[in-house]
Design a protein around this ligand. Structure first.
Ligand code: PGA
Length: 251
């Protein structure tokens, strides 16, 4: 049985609440809501509530925080706890995005604590993994991704509400994406680690990194690619609705 596809929009530090409302008005008017697919939105924290309120009542949409704290509450200026994110309507959290790891210096231990906090607090955790260019050139891709998975998933139960996103760092926001077969090789390696760690076969592994209307069909044609995590191309409602309606194709 193929796993149901997930299309996730990572808006990063874009889309204020008013812009989210305008975006979703347009998106909902044109989205084909393909049966069996989940469309997820990761807005900035200030736009979580507006986004989730606009999507309430549509079970195939999911809203998530881009980052969460592992601490439950207290004196942590600038942080968002799982409870605060849930209070704003989040049902998911991104964890370990490469910008968190490499721009803000998030460690594997911190990533692991965030995965557990998200899951314990009832959120779907989307754990991002991926190698840097130098690591790929040195042939270390599988070793890096395996290490990030094992660290990020330490202490997590096999039936957890988990999605993995493979995002090669050199492909994010660069217009340079992994070919579908590059992605398939790494996705297969990720699947081996997940099975080894006791995770369910229906745990989805998404691809991210310069996904666009022009390459999404070929990526989805790879059986190990269970959806996409999209930054730049998710910022336009027409482009995003088109991506979410794409059929897998090998042409
Ligand atoms: P991109 O970003 O689609 O703009 O490359 C993807 C991501 O960072 O999640």
């Amino acid at each position: 049985m193929p796993r149901p596809l997930m299309f996730a929009a990572n808006w990063k530090m874009n889309v204020a609440p008013g812009e989210a409302r305008t975006f979703l008005d347009r998106f909902l008017a044109i989205d084909k809501a393909v049966a069996g697919r989940t469309v997820a939105f990761f807005p900035p924290a200030v736009s979580l509530e507006t986004t989730s309120a606009r999507l309430t009542g549509h079970s195939h949409y999911l809203v998530g925080a881009q980052n969460i704290s592992w601490e439950p509450k207290g004196a942590y200026t600038g942080e968002t706890s799982v409870a605060l994110a849930r209070g704003a309507g989040a049902g998911a959290a991104l964890v370990g995005h490469s910008e968190r790891r490499h721009v803000f210096g998030e460690t594997e231990e911190e990533t692991s604590k965030k995965v557990r906090a998200a899951l314990d607090g009832g959120l779907l955790a989307m754990l991002c993994v991926g190698e840097k260019l130098l690591e790929r050139e040195r042939g270390e891709t599988e070793a890096v991704v395996t290490r990030q998975l094992r660290a990020g998933l330490a202490g997590v139960k096999g039936d957890a509400n988990l999605v993995i996103a493979y995002e090669p760092v050199w492909a994010i926001g660069t217009g340079r994406n992994a070919t579908p077969s590059d992605a398939a090789v790494v996705h297969a390696a990720i699947r081996v680690v997940l099975v080894d760690l006791g995770f369910l076969r229906d745990t989805r592994v998404l691809y991210g990194g310069s996904v666009s209307a022009g390459n999404v069909a070929q990526l989805l044609a790879e059986p190990e690619v269970d959806g996409v995590l999209v930054g730049g191309a998710s910022l336009d409602p027409d482009a995003w609705a088109g991506i979410c309606a794409t059929s897998p194709s090998i042409d």
